[in-house]
Design a protein around this ligand. Structure first.
Ligand code: SAM
Length: 215
């Protein structure tokens, strides 16, 4: 669990490059600067940890590119103490960014291997993230409602269960689309229960697995 001066220096450079690409939320940048991303990927690939690129984490999945993590987090407009549901725990890095920013994080992973490994890592690193093995399409009705919901895999549909589990005034961020490239959407639940949608550009994610996605 070493976090050396070299790692910290590389993180500063990473933060500068993300800032240059347009991320302005200082709370997001500060979280990325403090979290040792190298601990979330296989230790034989240390040199890739602080490049602004996605990286394989096993089970056919990836840890998202740091810029994408920052972009999705910025769209969430996170406040301290908010209840946040993440779909797709993966390596646990995104969940740690949310926790570092003071959110109460609930994260669902569909694949047991990743779930088990990441749960252990997050607990060793002392991040207060509640992890669940399950299908993100269903959300976590027992823990709803959430202030924020973040989907970190490509979704061919916007799951109604997740909209139902969002508080009025809440925000859901989702890479939406059936093709190789998705549109990043930010949906806001109005007080009358209707949804407003904004588009925030094209991104490339691995698809959600399950009933509606590919398995
Ligand atoms: N947020 C992750 C991180 O910080 O490393 C990266 C997420 S990775 C791009 C997508 C993750 O979603 C994978 O771990 C995958 O197994 C998971 N996933 C795919 N379909 C899912 C589903 N239906 N429910 C929950 N997790 C799912």
């Amino acid at each position: 669990m070493e976090d050396s001066y070299r790692h910290k220096g590389l993180r500063k450079q990473l933060v500068n490059s993300i800032r240059q690409k347009g991320i302005t939320d200082e709370k997001v940048l500060k979280a990325i600067e403090s979290i040792p991303r190298h601990l979330f990927i296989d230790s034989s690939f240390l040199e890739f940890a602080y490049q602004d690129k996605p990286f394989p984490i096993g089970s056919g999945q990836t840890i998202s590119q740091p810029y994408t993590v920052a972009f999705q987090t910025e769209l969430l407009e996170l406040g301290k103490g908010m209840r946040v549901l993440e779909i797709g725990t993966g390596s646990g890095y995104q969940a740690s960014v949310l926790a570092e920013m003071g959110a109460r994080v609930f994260s669902i992973e569909r694949q047991r291997k990743l779930f088990t490994r990441t749960r252990e890592l997050l607990s060793k690193m002392n991040y207060q993230v509640k992890t669940f093995l399950g299908d993100g399409y269903e959300g976590l009705p027992a823990f709803a409602p959430f202030d924020r919901i973040l989907i970190t895999a490509a979704a061919p549909e916007i799951p109604q269960a997740l909209i139902d589990q969002l508080k009025p005034g809440g925000v859901l961020v989702i890479p939406y689309g059936k093709d190789d490239v998705q549109q990043m959407l930010r949906l806001r639940k109005n007080t009358d229960g209707t949804m407003s949608t904004e588009q925030h550009g094209a991104f490339r994610f691995v698809p959600l697995l399950g009933e509606l996605g590919n398995d």
